[in-house]
Design a binder for this molecule. Structure first.
Ligand SMILES: [Zn+2]
Length: 287
């Protein structure tokens, strides 16, 4: 699912209880979690105006580090009791003790807002025991008020399969900075071929779509992540081109973009780049 759709669902009060925010970099993931949390707890009367940015909920939903810095400047710490962040506490893991402590808060009713939001800052570092404790909470129906969990990670594939299967993955975009000028012609050529496939069902269009992406170049170095980030960005960009793709095709393209970011791992198994592109395009666009 795209971030824009997740935001619309949050405004409508229909956001899935457990959401994986993955892609981009850590600050971008935090920003997405904050905006969604404000949207869910904002008290603006008109849903379209959420997050309003000025109500007593919006103003106090801040990331813990930012809260400390802001407190020094203003002499007060913004803090919302119904928005909690679980940070990685040991050097390499998010411990089960810290996770259980967070989950205990999830057993009580919201203090002030109409719901509760919990963010796990580095969900890929949840220890197995911590992930299972979280999983158990996700499986319990909430009793009184809406309860939302955001799991932040570089890639949804870094999380346990059981957590993934109970969560909605929202892809924020590739992590590597990509050259927008290089992305545009790739996006247009891919869009034309992928639209041709939807209209005609002729396999030649799938090959053309893969070929369009292969023009990104830079495939010689099997460890290079940039060409994969470029083609993933081109596929995401194609969603904004005319004529717009229908909803199922959009979802297929988003899934393809995510899979393309895993390209370097496949390259290291000595699969040539053009073969990977053809395989992934066929798997996601023509399942
Ligand atoms: Zn607000």
């Amino acid at each position: 699912m795209s971030y824009a759709v997740a935001l619309r669902s949050a405004r409508a009060g229909r956001l899935y209880p457990s959401v994986i925010l993955h892609g981009r970099d850590a600050p971008a993931r935090q920003q997405a979690a904050l905006e969604l949390a404000r949207t869910l707890l904002c008290e603006a009367v008109v849903a379209q105006d959420r997050p309003c940015g000025v109500c007593r909920h919006c103003r106090r939903i801040v990331w813990p580090d930012a809260a400390e810095a802001g407190a020094k400047a203003k002499g007060e710490a913004p803090f919302h009791p119904d928005f909690q962040v679980l940070e990685r506490d040991l050097k390499t893991a998010t411990s089960v003790e810290a996770t259980r402590e967070l989950l205990r808060t999830a057993q009580v009713s919201p203090f002030e807002a109409r719901g509760q939001v919990f963010a796990v800052a580095s969900a890929e570092t949840l220890s197995g025991e911590a992930a299972n404790a979280l999983l158990k909470t996700l499986e319990e129906p909430h009793v009184s008020a809406p309860r939302h969990f955001f799991l932040l990670a570089p890639s949804a594939h870094d999380l346990l399969r059981t957590l993934r299967s109970r969560s909605l993955a929202v892809f924020l975009g590739p992590a590597e900075p990509v050259d927008a000028a290089a992305v545009e012609p790739l996006a247009r050529a891919f869009h034309a071929a992928a639209s041709g496939w939807v209209q005609s069902g002729a396999a030649i269009y799938l090959l053309a779509a893969a070929d369009a992406l292969s023009r990104a170049g830079g495939w010689e170095d099997p460890r290079a992540a940039r060409p994969w980030a470029t083609v993933a960005a081109a596929v995401v960009r194609s969603l904004d081109l005319d004529p717009p793709a229908a909803a199922p095709a959009r979802q297929a393209r988003l899934a393809l973009a995510e899979a393309l970011l895993g390209g370097p791992a496949l390259r290291l198994r000595s699969v040539p780049a053009d073969r990977i592109l053809e395989g992934l395009v066929a798997r996601f666009l023509a399942p």
